[in-house]
Design a protein around this ligand. Sequence first.
Ligand SMILES: [Zn+2]
Length: 76
Amino acid sequence: MRASDMKVTIKDLGVSAQEQLRERLDRAASLRCNDHGQSVVALTINGRENGWFDTRWTTCCESLEQQASAIVKQRC
Ligand SMILES: [Zn+2]
């Protein structure tokens, strides 16, 4: 059973960084918005900037994006 249909695109990241991210991405994908009942639609990661993942989210609203972003956007 799939946890989510979140579409993930990762650019300019090595295999080890992707491994490191996998568990965080699973958690972000399993989030549901309290207001809209939606999961995250899509996430694009454009490599790293100043030691942080550079992420771009497609979500139903700001509040879901903030929750998902807080999970993924830790120092790497
Ligand atoms: Zn929402």
